[in-house]
Design a protein around this ligand. Structure first.
Ligand code: ZN
Length: 151
């Protein structure tokens, strides 16, 4: 990660941690899961409202966790809101590969947009699980699993 993207990463994490998007409960949710990252103590709920066409019309998270887990959950909800369940699962897979450095966002095709701020997190293996927790929890919710753990 260049100095520039390191700085961008810090800014985005701080900003989303201070003002998380889609934080709280939903009036109506069709899918819900609870996610734990025991290594760090992150604990999140992800709820989604999926309509008959398979579109995630609304999604929200709440819980306690470190700045990275919250910022990632905030960015995750913003990224999947309005997308189809299949599209959200593709994004999950791309994000998983990004944080494990299996894809290079500058070279490989992807749909990650702003989520690429996490592209350097593989350098901090203990933080990878913080960044991916909300995604595992979303996938758990969509697959009707109640509880998800990164361990
Ligand atoms: Zn964490």
């Amino acid at each position: 990660m260049s100095e520039h993207s390191d700085e961008l990463y810090q800014q985005v994490i701080l900003e989303h941690n201070r003002k998380p998007r889609n934080y709280g409960k939903l009036a109506l949710s069709t899918h819900e899961a609870e996610g734990y990252n025991p290594l760090c103590g992150d604990h999140l709920f992800v709820r989604a409202n999926v309509n008959a066409e398979g579109v995630i019309v609304d999604v929200a998270f709440e819980g306690d966790g470190c700045a990275i887990s919250k910022a990632s959950a905030s960015l995750m909800t913003a990224a999947v809101k309005g997308k189809k369940v299949e599209e959200a699962k593709i994004l999950f897979e791309e994000f998983r590969r990004l944080v494990l450095k299996e894809i290079d966002p500058d070279k490989d095709p992807h749909h990650l947009g702003k989520l690429t701020v996490f592209s350097g997190i593989w350098k901090y293996p203990s933080r990878v699980k913080c960044a991916i927790l909300s995604w595992h929890t979303l996938k758990g919710a969509l697959d009707k699993e109640k509880t998800v753990s990164t361990e």
